[in-house]
Design a protein around this ligand. Structure first.
Ligand SMILES: NC(=O)c1ccc[n+]([C@@H]2O[C@H](COP(=O)([O-])OP(=O)(O)OC[C@H]3O[C@@H](n4cnc5c(N)ncnc54)[C@H](OP(=O)(O)O)[C@@H]3O)[C@@H](O)[C@H]2O)c1
Ligand SMILES: *[C@@H]1O[C@H](CO)[C@@H](O)[C@H](O)[C@H]1NC(C)=O
Ligand SMILES: *[C@@H]1O[C@H](CO)[C@@H](O)[C@H](O)[C@H]1NC(C)=O
Length: 315
């Protein structure tokens, strides 16, 4: 027989757990976005250069602008040279005193020899204070694995682009950061990493890799002065998300301005207060969460397929 006191103890444990979860959630919303004052980025970074991948559009471009505003020189690495040139010109127009260098590299190229030839020397010869691992690839629309648009090639690309550049570039800047005992590494993951996202299998799993890896690194480099942060956005209005600007889908400027203020304040966050509030849904019981996400993915897929059918008919 279970005595009354055991039941009471268990109830107190359960209650403290609920209170703990609630207070923690409140803390992650209030502290980084409303209370903490952002630390001096240059002090955390220790180097004059910032490297941003996938920096000609969306979130990466906004990081490049915001870091230039903070006085960092930029090494922009992205796929299309013409877009790199245009971005460089735009940044130089607003921030005359920063240097901007560009490298065009297609990150679906997993060949290490190409990295060594085209990307790594430029990083190794500069004092890199900040690395923003932003480049990422998603699906065109949610779909079950064997029907994903673009087939096996696209699945391969999503896996490679979301995992490899982050791993290799991080490993390439760490030697100088360890030596200086400072530096900032920001990994742009996704809140898709938090849950088992039906119809987004490779995307969600590859983003979970990023979070898991960053958590381990934070332990490995805990005794150093290096700041390692993972940013997990919900919806930001960009080409990739195809979302229109709204309260919960901020534009990239406002989103990144908020996210940058949390560097050195919190090791993992969604990037803005709206998203942090939204992310409370990930605290729901897994059964309910899975159901909600699956329903949502299916609705997005149905809408995308309807749109395609309409476009095909119009031709
Ligand atoms: N937007 C959201 O709501 C959202 C939500 C969660 C997570 N994220 C994550 O945030 C990051 C940025 O997303 P975004 O929405 O800003 O994307 P985006 O607007 O589509 O911009 C992607 C950038 O990456 C570059 N790029 C794409 N494929 C590349 C490749 N194979 N090699 C080199 N560069 C490549 C693009 O250059 P080109 O123009 O030359 O292709 C562009 O500069 C991604 O990691 C994404 O997973 C976004
Ligand atoms: C980010 O994730 C990658 C794996 O995708 C890992 O190699 C890298 O060390 C991580 N860096 C940080 C700062 O989280
Ligand atoms: C985002 O909105 C702000 C105003 O809230 C504006 O100043 C900024 O230019 C916008 N950025 C983009 C990329 O549209």
């Amino acid at each position: 027989m279970v005595c009354q006191c055991t039941l009471n103890t268990l109830a107190y444990f359960a209650l403290s757990y609920i209170v703990y979860r609630f207070v923690w959630a409140l803390y992650t919303i209030v502290y980084p976005y409303l209370i903490a004052s952002p630390p001096d980025l240059h002090k955390l970074a220790g180097g004059k250069w910032a490297v941003v991948t996938g920096s000609t559009d969306g979130i990466g471009k906004a990081y490049a602008f915001e870091l230039a505003k903070n006085g960092f020189n930029l090494l922009l690495i992205s796929r299309t040279q013409s877009k790199l040139d245009a971005t460089k010109e735009e940044i130089k127009k607003e921030h005359k005193n920063v240097e901007v260098e560009t490298i065009s590299y297609d990150f679906s190229d997993a060949n290490l020899n190409d990295y060594k030839k085209e990307v790594l020397p430029a990083i190794e010869k500069r004092d890199v204070g900040i690395l923003v691992n932003n480049v990422g690839l998603s699906y065109d629309y949610p779909e079950i694995l064997h029907k994903v648009d673009g087939g096996l090639q696209h699945l391969a690309n999503v896996g490679i682009v979301n995992i490899l550049p982050t791993s290799i570039l991080t490993a390439a800047v760490l030697p100088q950061m360890v030596q200086r005992n400072n530096g900032v590494i920001v990994n742009i993951s996704s809140s898709a990493a938090y849950a088992k996202m039906s119809l987004w299998a490779v995307y969600s799993a590859s983003k979970a890799y990023v979070n898991h890896f960053a958590n381990i690194l934070r332990n490995e480099y805990a005794h150093t002065g290096i700041t390692i942060q993972t940013i997990c956005p919900m919806m930001v209005s960009t080409k990739m998300s195809k979302a229109r600007v709204s309260f919960f889908a901020p534009n990239t400027t406002n989103y990144v301005r908020s996210a940058i203020r949390t560097i050195g304040v919190i090791p993992e966050t969604t990037g803005c207060i709206q998203h942090q509030i939204q992310s409370m849904i990930f605290g729901l019981p897994e059964l309910v969460l899975d159901l909600l996400i699956t329903k949502n993915s299916q609705a997005v897929r149905a809408a995308a397929l309807r749109k395609r059918e309409k476009a095909a008919k119009a031709q």
